[in-house]
Design a protein around this ligand. Structure first.
Ligand code: GLN
Ligand code: ZN
Length: 760
């Protein structure tokens, strides 16, 4: 037999049951017991799925009420001081995660920071560390859930986030100490955890150390050795890594006192042979061949062929697994009723991936039927490789004919901006917004009625035009300089384009957890991408017809569309981005021809696409920048290209941001009091900038003086001639009342400053 397992299963439920239960609990509509029952049911179903597929182990410890890193903090008794009460409860967990819980007194303390889990779209709660942080094992969720799985008769392998990764992913909240100094204390707590698991009778524990895929400095990579020596017990440890190869740390890894290693071979399959060569003689090797973070069916025939010699060599020591936790996959492909049989045969969601792991394991053990099934399973992928519907030669030719200068605008920025000044006639410190206006209940109800066929197309279009007109009138009344149509027609800035472009497949239930109860439903790139008709021109042109002010067109950039969808795996990410750029370039042309003089191409996700290894980042940035530029390259010199990014860490990538060569960039700065403009100042960023002057994430209405102050701070760093005035992100989550009040103060602040700066 070949040992088979997965690294974790989605915890939201196939129809997002956990999301709905959590939100009901937070609103006070269900009791904590009812919430716990829902969690328990989901876990039982997940384990049964794994057991029915005959995986050797089912995984416990992968369930989280909000986030598994936060769960680890609670397990270790590491609760930020401001949230500590006499006892850790489920409400403590929600307070740390959300800043409040159902039974909150209203005296809300800030939630912990949230950040991206490596280069996925999942967000974790950042652990906080002080010099005097103590760890103690109090929160019993892991042990109770493991017991629940054992009681149900399963062969259970609990998973733990490893001590080094846990520390590394957190941050110091006090000056003058380094969190790695907490390691000895932390290891003591981990010892207690492992002892408790041992008492439950588990044989193997999966200890995740995903940071091994990063390029760690010696202080971190060198700390593993002693840490794992101290964790040695009767329970066997499978050291788990994923998202990228760990060969750069391999010499240190093989020295560790563990019983096996899991590697992700979906990313750089060539890394496998070196690992095999260096594998200690008594270790198991768990090969993650089923990609846990994409929706494509695994090529089992290929993996069977690749792994068979390894099976012959390692025998029982070869395990087969998912590459990473299936947390990043949608749950069940069988729920999709609108996919064609052919399309469906290309995909595997979490439930199907469990079956893939099992089937591959059986085939490797020599089960003839399983071997034949693996061959048949890969058949649709072979057919897909030849399909004319997917591979469009005219698109591929267009991509191939791109040359070095294809992405450049026809004139350099200094000449463009002069042409734009004449063409656009904007005042100093022009005011604008980032694109979306409040998505009111009306808008959402109309969209869902339309989608369900209860509202016909022409009535829906009429309703949307009404919302656009309303947004335009309000902006005129506010006297903003550059208006937007408000994005009422868009449910989501990526899905909207994915539905209009050919080459994408959307799903009904393909939800993946993003953070807490929030899930996203990424579209899937299935074929060469093509724009069959204009996507935004009609709405934008209609909006422009209502006003004599400049109407800014609004597109989502190629890199953001790529980062927020499931990509194809048969062509490179760069090539997908280029195809998207070509489609967007045509949209820019059409907008321009329709009389739109300013076009914003949003790229809030550029940073997220960065490879994990620093040494690979520049290459990515180069093609990402090129993709953005290509999409803007059809703009005439007098057409002004804007871009928008929501994050605030620009230091490392500022030269790539400058290389985008957007005429205007709007960014998030208000929360850091313009701190991040430093990067732009030091770099002497040449183009125009709109540093966000108020935080749209908060319902507070900023005063005119507060905004003025921020603009003045910005003007110390960036010459006023190059400054724009705008909020720091889109306003779709806000209400109209606060939005109008805030924007009125913003416009008033800009007007006063214009007067004050006149003649200077
Ligand atoms: N134009 C988009 C909006 O306003 C930008 C959103 C984003 O930055 N994520 O909503
Ligand atoms: Zn934003």
């Amino acid at each position: 037999m070949t040992t088979t397992h997965i690294l974790g299963f989605p915890r939201v439920g196939d129809k997002r049951q956990l999301k709905f239960a959590l939100e009901k609990y937070w609103r006070g509509e269900i009791t904590q017991d009812a919430l716990k029952d829902e969690g328990s049911t989901i876990r039982a179903i997940n384990w049964k799925t794994q057991a029915d597929a005959e995986l050797t182990y089912v995984t416990s410890g992968d369930f989280a009420w909000y986030d598994h890193v936060l769960g680890t903090s609670l397990l270790l008794g590491n609760v930020p001081k401001r949230h500590q009460q006499d006892r850790i409860t489920l409400d403590t967990l929600f307070r740390v995660g959300r800043g409040q819980s159902q039974n909150d007194c209203g005296c809300g303390q800030a939630a912990s920071d949230m950040t991206k889990w490596f280069n996925t779209n999942y967000h974790y709660l950042v652990p906080e560390f002080n010099a005097d942080t103590q760890f103690s094992v109090q929160w019993t969720q892991l042990f109770e859930e493991t017991k629940q799985a054992l009681d149900a008769g399963h062969n259970v392998k609990p998973v733990l986030l490893g001590p080094l990764s846990y520390l590394y992913l957190g941050k110091e909240v006090e000056e003058g100490f380094e969190r790695i100094s907490l390691l000895p204390r932390l290891i003591t707590a981990y010892q207690q955890i492992i002892t408790k698991l041992e008492a439950l009778g588990v044989e193997w524990v999966q200890v995740d150390e995903p940071i091994l895929a990063l390029e760690l400095d010696n202080a971190w990579s060198g700390a593993f050795k002693l840490a794992y020596q101290m964790l040695r017990s009767k329970t066997k440890v499978l050291l788990t890594t994923y998202f990228d190869s760990v060969n750069h740390h391999l010499d240190q890894i093989v020295e560790l006192d563990v019983d096996g290693l899991h590697i992700d071979v979906t990313h750089k399959p060539e890394s496998l042979s070196e690992v095999v060569n260096k594998l200690p003689a008594h270790w198991v090797l768990s090969v993650g061949a089923v990609n846990g973070r994409n929706v494509w069916r695994a090529d089992l025939a290929h993996w069977l062929e690749t792994l068979q010699p390894l099976k012959n060599q390692l025998g029982k020591r070869l395990w087969v697994a998912s590459s990473c936790s299936l947390l990043h996959s949608p749950v069940d492909l069988e729920l999709e009723t609108e996919l064609s049989v052919e399309t469906k045969s290309w995909f595997a969601f979490a439930k199907q991936k469990v079956n893939e792991v099992s089937l591959l394991g059986r085939a490797l053990s020599g089960d003839e039927k399983a071997i034949a099934e693996c061959q048949a399973y890969s058949e649709p992928l072979k057919q897909r490789a030849l399909s004319q519907v997917i591979h469009k030669s005219h698109i591929q030719k267009q991509v191939q004919s791109l040359v070095a200068g294809s992405s450049d605008r026809s004139l350099p920025f200094t000449e463009r901006i002069a042409a734009q000044a004449t063409h656009l006639q904007l005042p100093k410190l022009p005011t604008t917004t980032i694109g979306s206006f409040p998505q009111t209940t009306d808008i959402r109800l109309q969209r869902s009625a339309y989608r369900q066929g209860k509202l016909n197309e022409s009535d829906y279009t009429q309703a949307l035009k009404g919302h656009i007109e309303d947004a335009v009138r309000r902006q005129e009344a506010l006297d903003l300089d550059v208006l937007v149509h408000g994005e009422a027609e868009r449910n989501d800035m990526v899905e909207y384009f994915a539905e209009l472009l050919s080459g994408f497949q959307t799903t009904q239930f393909g939800w993946v957890q993003s953070y807490g109860s929030r899930c996203v439903k990424p579209a899937i790139v299935v074929a060469d991408i093509e724009r069959e008709q204009p996507m935004t021109v009609e709405w934008t042109q209609f909006a422009q017809s209502l006003t004599s002010k400049q109407m800014k067109g609004m597109l989502t950039g190629p890199v953001t569309i790529l980062c927020w969808t499931f990509p194809r795996e048969d062509i490179s990410r760069q090539e997908i981005a280029q195809q998207l750029s070509l489609a967007l370039r045509d949209e820019v042309s059409d907008l321009q021809q329709a009389g739109i003089n300013i076009i914003q191409i949003d790229e809030p996700a550029i940073r997220e696409g960065l490879p994990l290894k620093k040494s690979e980042q520049q290459q990515y940035l180069d093609w990402a920048v090129n993709a953005f530029k290509l999409s803007a390259s059809s703009a005439l010199p007098q057409t002004q290209i804007h871009t928008h990014m929501c994050y605030s860490e620009f230091n490392e990538i500022i030269d790539s941001v400058a290389a985008l060569d957007a005429d205007v960039i709007t960014i998030e700065t208000s929360r850091s009091n313009m701190e991040l403009l430093k990067a732009f100042e030091e770099f002497e960023y040449p183009n125009e900038i709109g540093p966000g002057v108020y935080d749209i994430h908060s319902p507070n209405v900023p005063t005119k003086d507060w905004i003025k102050n921020l603009i003045q701070t910005a003007a110390e760093k960036v010459p006023i001639e190059r400054l724009w005035v705008n909020p720091d992100c889109g306003l779709k989550t806000r209400g109209w009342d606060e939005t109008e009040k805030s924007l009125a103060n913003m416009v008033a602040a800009a007007k006063e400053l214009r007067k004050e700066y006149e003649g200077i």
